[in-house]
Design a protein around this ligand. Structure first.
Ligand code: ADP
Ligand code: ASP
Ligand code: MG
Length: 458
């Protein structure tokens, strides 16, 4: 059995849905097919809800466009004989959505819970439509078997309940093709929740791991995982093979092609992931699997970046040699659900810097100033500062550990191009070197590093 996931880019238009149909119907073994909302619909659902909550009557035009888009796809691809039956399922969903928008516009309030309900219609609609265009497909609703629980105020997978429910449904099911909506889930109270933006990849990985699939295929709009974001680096190259660790490092640092939590469930079961192009299905794509890097392989596999970076620095000469400062910093942040994605401390110990998303920065400052109030008063700590408008770049490759001179080459390239590095970090596993620069230097930094590691012989 295989699990195939088609993203919004693959289910956006009548033409792309024809490709999806032929790829799925061409499979020689049973498949579970996880689908996203029609491309762009999730954003439209959210924007329309916001307009309604502001009392802006143009939400009605937006809603009409959402309805129109689904009807057009149905008319364009679903055989005439099946259209009425399908519309009898799709129209009540669209009507419900319209009523919810009307409710939001009347009370002018949009809670997180309501927004979770609104966005769920994207995948609910697309999965019902796609199951009608694929011969012999069964439709199952993931809200019945993928469950979330609340942690740090976020919905996270409730793995035990999910495993039990997935086995309960699939173990005795006879199928050639099952269509499942990605992204959407429900909690113990039965309320609709989701796995976060981009979460359909994760839905597919959860099912692949729970049911011991032979392979997980992520079908998207590029020929594979690339050495850098192709929208920024036009000559980025396709990577044939990545280890799970390399893929995890790259997507954690912004390679949008896979949603980061996707890797772990399949890594844990040693199930390979293939990244394939719906618009070019014969291209080999990228294989992500366990591998032991050969010392001759390339030292760097890819480069990724996060432009939403704020660097917070806790400093003071009084920190030197004092035990427990870092533990207090990270405990205070964790208790407040603030995630840190890069940490740097020099051996002199008189400052610790770490990177958070800009949206978390004010909260982080508040929490730390409270935690270290006494030290700030006494002068043990001189200040806690936040630097905005930064970006973080990571170069990734398991073979770095067998190769000397990578950091030298990296910082030389940046220096020669007048880009200054504000903070940097390399873990002892030596699979990733990350550094923080000014946001205005990001595009140039990615270009010069990509040229230096992938396009020049030196
Ligand atoms: P889907 O709708 O299929 O989930 P996404 O838009 O989420 O597609 O992800 C695919 C996009 O990820 C590609 O179109 C590409 O622009 C972007 N991307 C960013 N970094 C990379 C990378 N390193 N390799 C390939 N694609 C990347
Ligand atoms: N439709 C959701 C989103 O746009 C989930 C996904 O496509 O993976 O984020
Ligand atoms: Mg995606």
């Amino acid at each position: 059995m295989k699990v195939l996931k088609f993203g919004g880019t693959s289910v956006g238009t009548v033409e792309s849905l024809r490709n999806v149909k032929s790829i799925v119907e061409g499979q020689e073994e049973p498949v579970i097919v996880v689908v996203s909302a029609l491309g762009g619909i999730t954003d439209q659902l959210i924007n329309t809800a916001r307009l309604a909550a502001q009392g802006d009557i143009s939400y009605l035009d937006n809603y009409a466009r959402i309805v129109e888009r689904h009807h057009q796809v149905i008319e364009g691809i679903v055989p005439q004989a099946l259209q009425l039956d399908l519309l009898s399922m799709v129209n009540p969903l669209l009507e419900e959505l319209g009523n919810i928008y009307r409710g939001i516009s009347l009370i002018k309030d949009l809670s997180d819970r309501t927004l979770d309900i609104v966005v769920s219609y994207g995948e609910r609609l697309s999965s019902v439509i796609i199951s009608k265009i694929i011969d012999g497909a069964i439709h199952l609703d993931s809200r019945n078997f993928i469950k979330t629980e609340k942690q740090w105020n976020k919905h996270v997978l409730d793995n035990d309940t999910t495993q039990r429910l997935v086995h309960g449904i699939f173990d005795d099911l006879k199928y050639d093709v099952v269509i499942v909506p990605g992204f959407i889930t429900s909690d113990n109270a039965g309320d609709v929740t989701n796995l976060g933006r981009g979460g359909s990849d994760y839905t597919a990985a959860i099912l692949a791991a729970a049911l011991d699939a032979k392979v997980l295929e992520i079908w998207t709009d590029v020929d594979g995982f690339m050495t850098a974001d192709p929208r920024v680096i036009s000559n980025a190259l396709i990577i044939d093979h990545l280890s799970f660790t390399e893929a995890m490092e790259l997507c954690n640092f912004g390679a949008k092609v896979i949603y980061p939590p996707t890797i772990y469930p399949v890594f844990h079961k040693n199930i390979p992931i293939y990244i394939k192009n719906t618009f070019n299905p014969t291209a080999p794509g990228t294989c992500i699997s366990e591998q032991h890097p050969s010392p001759e392989g390339k030292a760097i596999k890819g480069i990724s970046s996060i432009n939403d970076t704020c660097l917070i620095t806790v400093q003071g000469l009084g920190m030197v040699g004092v035990i427990g400062i870092n533990s207090r910093i990270f405990n205070a942040l964790a208790k407040n659900g603030i995630s840190v994605f890069l940490v740097s401390q020099a051996a002199s110990e008189n400052n610790t810097s770490f990177a958070v998303r800009n949206g978390d920065a004010d909260h982080a400052l508040e929490v730390l100033r409270e935690e270290f109030n006494a030290e700030l008063q006494s002068g043990t700590l001189s200040e806690i500062t936040a630097e905005h408008n930064l970006a973080t770049v990571a170069i990734v490759g398991e073979n770095m550990k067998h190769t000397t001179g990578i950091a030298g080459k990296l910082f030389n390239t940046l220096g020669r191009n007048g880009i200054s590095v504000i903070a940097c970090a390399q873990g002892a596993s030596e699979t990733n070197i990350s550094f923080v620069i000014e946001l205005k230097d990001l595009r140039k930094a990615l270009n010069v590093i990509h040229d230096s590691f992938f396009l020049s012989d030196t």
